[in-house]
Design a protein around this ligand. Structure first.
Ligand code: PEP
Ligand code: MG
Length: 312
């Protein structure tokens, strides 16, 4: 069966009754862009740029970042690439920023909050991105947005940088990974160009379980109906505003998860390149109407275990 998935990996993920979902890759390094292309991914749905900032003594320069982003988007040969601004904090600490334990906690200066507190860092990154954007189709994604105001502030910064650098206008997206963003998705959908759901953080914040805690982490199952209801709400809000929504958290790489998310109407699934062929195959062997029914039932279950036991 695996062999079949590999042979057919460049075929689109279209259900037997004709519903298409985009299947794209998550990457964090230049070489992984090539892995994504070879795996049959239809683009990159998440570049975790913070990996350029880890394991070193100072942040990468604008030119260094520009070279990396340019190399990534060029290896994708015209396929779209969603680049997320640095998501430092939580499980990804960086010593040279002079941040303390509280700053770095999951409720601290994570993601865009560092960007807004230290505009020098994110301004340098945005300059590199707008320069790289003349070499291929890049979209920008912002992590840990909790309110429309967070998004307006970062959009203003991005627009200022774009005017300085003179790059093309880019689609600006919001990570839906804080429950407030999912609940207020209708407001965010008016100002953002697209959404991408970070199910790992959304699960940890919705259920109040630290995703890295050795005893608790297994309770943080993104197929919990509370998470699915938040995704459902964000999906409806996106579509009502004529915007698209993807999922780039771990559950998109889980066969059952991919089926339920497709049934909820999510437009794009982003996952490690190695699992792209198998997930595409799973979607191709499904009926959209059955996935919609599966998703409807999943929303009504009591917990993640019950969702996982649902027959298709
Ligand atoms: C997520 O939170 O699900 C996500 C995709 O982002 P990260 O894993 O990088 O926090
Ligand atoms: Mg996250």
């Amino acid at each position: 069966h695996r062999k079949h998935a590999w042979t057919d990996r460049f075929k689109p993920a279209i259900t037997m009754d004709g519903h298409r979902v985009e299947v794209v890759g998550n990457i964090s390094r230049v070489v992984e862009a090539e892995d994504a292309l070879k795996s049959g991914a239809e683009g990159v749905g998440l570049v975790r740029t913070e990996f350029l900032f880890l394991d070193r003594d100072e942040p990468p320069t604008e030119d260094e970042q520009y070279e990396s982003y340019k190399a990534m988007v060029e290896s994708l040969d015209g396929l779209p690439m969603v680049l997320r601004t640095i998501d430092i904090g939580g499980d990804k600490p960086v010593d040279y920023l002079g941040l303390n334990q509280r700053d770095l906690s999951f409720l601290g200066l994570r993601g865009i909050r560092i960007g807004l507190a230290r505009p020098d860092l994110v301004t340098t990154q945005l300059r590199a991105v707008y320069r790289a954007a003349s070499h291929g189709p890049i979209k920008l994604l912002f992590p840990m947005i909790a309110t429309s105001n967070d998004f307006r502030r970062i959009r203003h910064l991005a627009e200022t940088v774009r005017q300085e650098v003179g790059g093309p206008r880019l689609d600006l997206g919001v990570m839906i990974e804080v429950p407030s963003a999912a609940i207020m998705a209708a407001d965010l959908a008016r100002v953002a160009d697209f959404f991408s759901v970070g199910t790992d953080d959304l699960t940890q914040y919705a259920l109040a379980v630290d995703r890295t805690h050795p005893l608790l982490a297994k309770r943080a199952d993104a197929l919990h109906p509370v998470v699915l209801r938040l995704i459902d709400q964000a999906t409806r809000a996106a579509h009502e505003a004529g915007k698209w929504i993807g999922v780039c958290g771990g559950v998109a790489a889980d066969p059952k998860g991919a089926q339920i998310l497709t049934g909820l109407g999510v437009d794009e699934l982003s996952m490690p390149p190695s699992v792209v062929p198998g997930i595409k195959e799973k979607i191709r062997n499904s009926h959209f109407e059955e996935l919609q029914e599966l998703a409807r039932r999943a929303l009504e279950q009591e917990d993640a275990t019950a969702v996982r036991l649902l027959p298709l």
